[in-house]
Design a protein around this ligand. Sequence first.
Ligand code: NAP
Length: 320
Amino acid sequence: MVDERTTRLELGPMPVPGDGEALVRVRYLSIDPAIRGWMNEVDTYLPAIGIGEVVRAAGLGEVVASNSAAFNVGDTVFGLLGWQDHAIVSAVGPLAAQVVPPGIDPAAALGLLGATGLTAYFGLLDVGRIVPGDNVVVSGAAGATGSVVGQIARIKGASSVVGIAGTADKCSWLVDEAGFDHAINYKTADVDGELRRLLPSGIDLFWDNVGGPILDVCLGQLALRGRVVLCGAISGYNATTPPPGPANYSRLIVQRGRMEGFIVLDFADRFVEAQLQLATWAMEGRIKTTEHIVDGLEHAPDALTLLFTGGNTGKVIVRL
Ligand SMILES: NC(=O)c1ccc[n+]([C@@H]2O[C@H](COP(=O)([O-])OP(=O)(O)OC[C@H]3O[C@@H](n4cnc5c(N)ncnc54)[C@H](OP(=O)(O)O)[C@@H]3O)[C@@H](O)[C@H]2O)c1
């Protein structure tokens, strides 16, 4: 687990923007499980964070100086700003910063319209290929991604949407606020038995944020041509030994199932399409979101830990 020994707070000289760059005062940081993955000593779809480097994180900030035609002083920008109070951004390259239109709520920019909402949208529609009548199960359901997945599944005509989460309060929120049909507390209930009772015809689409035993249970109940969307496997992100493989994977054969992983960046060229649709659903009151705000850059490690202890409902954001 990340703790206060993993990172240290340092004072450094104020960075100076070069040609084509801008200096940004960081206001909000998006806290994502991916940050923990980038801290491992292996490169993935992005390079590992090196020892002594600023912790990588997406964020929102205000341009305070600019040598770039793309950014004006006072603009709000979104980019990989990192755990620091000032960052240099540029408008070129695959991870370029972007100006956020005025009037967008910071929590929406980082959550529903940011990586977690976009992940839910593309993962459910393009990877999971949801169709009306699907029985959908979502693990990590009360988190930033899972809560949006379940609500899009409802919009897309799912027959039943069942969320799996770790507290009674989260389960109540899922059913009462987020419109899930059912919620199961995996810490107190028999998940296998409850799913069999709620979905006797099986699971058509399982959205997995968690991995481990919950993945195995859901594989074992996959319906004919069922789909498993591998979004995350948070139960293993702090593991020091590899978790056991899913024993029920052969159900994919019998049921002609499909299990597929993806990274939201795969869909970067279609983000605007998704943002327009997600914003429309939110304005129509069809998607509800909630945030867990932590104040102070010095508390960023605590904020990251919330994701692994389940201390959050919805999107975790650090406000500087
Ligand atoms: N593929 C992609 O491009 C992509 C993009 C974004 C996110 N993700 C993945 O999506 C998942 C959710 O990310 P998020 O940012 O939306 O975080 P989140 O769901 O808001 O927070 C993480 C939640 O995971 C649950 N959890 C933690 N440890 C667990 C365990 N051992 N067993 C079961 N549940 C556990 C906790 O809820 P409980 O109280 O319910 O335990 C916690 O609140 C992560 O796996 C992340 O890596 C993937």
